[in-house]
Design a protein around this ligand. Structure first.
Ligand code: MV4
Length: 498
């Protein structure tokens, strides 16, 4: 089994991985940029090392430095989290070549699934349903010829793309040649790979993905689906498990297809197979994400499986402790992404100091967060502050519980998506489970609530008083031997330095 894991990430996911390690008796090594030196994961890890200045190009993406720190700290393995280097096959190989264990899929599987054309070829051989499209990378004139058979509207997608980057809709044949040229140029500029392919466009589709776990002994199971249709410009905002539109029969079918796709790719570790579901509940392979995903907690809450712990065990060579039959979906879980973005202003990223923070708790509520009181939210990283997860016996119970928790959540100093989520939980169409990837465009308006000026002034005054009291409370609690002592002292130090 692994003994010491270097976590090549930051924020809530770094903290999530530390928790998994901690429960398995595994030591952790945190890395941090100058902007992140006071983050909870840095304080909580067994050891922590500075990477460099805040920009990721000078910190979290420094591959050689990460491996050097891993070796120097005595780590035996590296967990990449999500984003950053998680789906970088070259880095995974570097880690392995340095004699360390990569806590993720084999580099070949990352590379294969990263190439969307090869991914389609691979899963097609395993009889996983594909959206009709062009079979491989072809020159423009062949693609134009194939397009008439596929039919319109269609999408031009970049082979090296994924997650919506370099995707282009084409509604009529005469627009295709121009779309192909611009898509190739964009893909070349973005990925250094100008290959593109075509797919028939599915309209009014839902995004449903299957979580899988594969060990290194050939066992693969699925943990059911997540419904991820509530998104904005390919940024997911709300996820849930199970999906309101997937029944047991469909779950079995999609689960088996996901296992077949993973198996065809020689997959090991946790992974996600994305599908599009059309209006008639036909499902089609979209792509495979070869990493731990942001929204993994909803699956954990309804299956009871700790996905991070399983990833660690798998990397340590253990056999999966669950058979497919042992996996049962119980209850309903919803996740709201709490982002530092202004939902009243086109989800504009918001920066500043977190001047007030009160996190909801109580029955059926889970908060995965990497933030702290007085933290500076900077523009250097993605805007995810925390994930609020509710679980209930039924979907309505999970929604009502989420609304209660959102009302309890106090986070001031930066704009957040909390008001957006509250509005969603009260939205009749959302409550009815009528979701699709166009939900926000077609069924949702975020209006500014007009608060009378005197109420705003009162709220500001109350916040100032509360802020003063809580700052004093931190200073008062410095004396005891509690582990929080260091926290308080460091905060006080920060204030003096300001
Ligand atoms: C599609 C599609 C419709 N038809 N492919 C967007 C991200 C990338 N993973 C694939 N995406 C889509 N591919 C066909 N043939 C619609 C989308 C899509 C989408 C997919 C999942 C979640 C949200 C989405 C939002 C817009 C478009």
């Amino acid at each position: 089994m692994l003994k010491k894991v270097l976590i090549a990430n930051r924020g809530e996911i770094a903290m999530r991985i530390i928790r998994g390690c901690s429960e398995l008796g595994i030591d952790t090594v945190a890395v941090y940029s100058d902007a992140d030196r006071l983050m909870p994961n840095v304080r909580r890890a067994s050891a922590s090392y500075r990477l460099g200045p805040p920009p990721v190009s000078e910190s979290y993406l420094l591959r050689d430095k990460l491996i050097e720190i891993a070796l120097h700290s005595g780590a035996d393995s590296v967990h990449p989290g999500y984003g950053l280097l998680a789906e970088n096959a070259g880095f995974a190989q570097n880690v392995i070549d340095a004699g360390l264990t990569w806590i993720g899929p084999p580099p070949e599987a990352i590379r294969l699934m990263g190439d969307k054309v090869k991914a389609r070829e691979t899963v097609a051989k395993a009889n996983v349903p594909l959206i009709p499209g062009s079979p491989k990378d072809l020159p423009n004139d062949s693609l134009v010829a194939i397009a008439s058979n596929i039919g319109y509207p269609l999408l031009v997608k970049a082979a090296a793309g994924g997650g919506g980057t370099g995707m282009r809709a084409v509604y009529k044949p005469e627009d295709l040649p121009e779309a192909l040229r611009t898509a190739r140029n964009e893909a070349q500029a973005a990925f250094g790979d100008g290959r593109v392919y075509l797919e028939k466009m599915l309209e009014g589709a839902r995004h449903v993905e299957i979580q899988i776990l594969a060990d290194s002994h050939g066992n693969i199971i699925h943990l059911g689906e997540r419904e991820c249709s509530i998104q904005r410009r390919h940024q997911k905002l709300i996820e849930e498990s199970p999906s309101p539109t997937v029944d047991d029969t469909l779950r079995d079918k999609m689960g088996r297809a996901a296992i077949d796709a993973a198996s065809a790719a020689g997959y090991v570790s946790a992974g996600t197979v994305e599908f599009l579901l059309d209006r008639d509940n036909n499902f089609y392979f979209l792509e495979m994400n070869t990493r731990l995903q942001v929204e993994h907690p909803v699956t954990e809450m309804v299956t009871g499986v700790d996905i991070v712990k399983e990833m660690l065990r798998i990397a340590g060579g253990r056999t999966l402790p669950y058979s497919q039959e042992a996996v049962q979906i119980k209850g309903w879980a919803i996740e709201c992404r709490i982002l530092a973005e202004d939902p009243y202003n086109n989800f504009m990223p918001s920066i500043g100091k977190i001047t007030g923070l009160s996190v909801p708790t109580g029955h059926g509520i889970r908060v995965d967060s990497g933030i702290y009181f007085n933290m500076e939210v900077t523009p250097y990283y993605d805007s995810l502050l925390a994930k609020l997860i509710s679980v209930g016996e039924t979907r309505p119970e999970a929604i009502l519980r989420m609304r209660r928790a959102l009302e309890e959540f106090r986070l001031s100093g930066v704009k957040t998506t909390i008001p957006f989520h509250l509005k969603m939980m009260n939205h009749t169409r959302f409550q009815a489970g009528q979701l699709d990837t166009r939900f926000l465009e077609n069924h949702f308006v975020m209006e500014e609530t007009h608060q009378p000026t005197h109420l705003r002034a009162a709220a500001i005054a109350a916040t100032l008083v509360a802020h003063r009291r809580s700052s004093e409370a931190i200073l008062l609690h410095q004396s005891g031997p509690s582990p929080w002592r260091l926290y308080g002292r460091r905060e006080a130090l920060d204030r003096r330095l300001r």
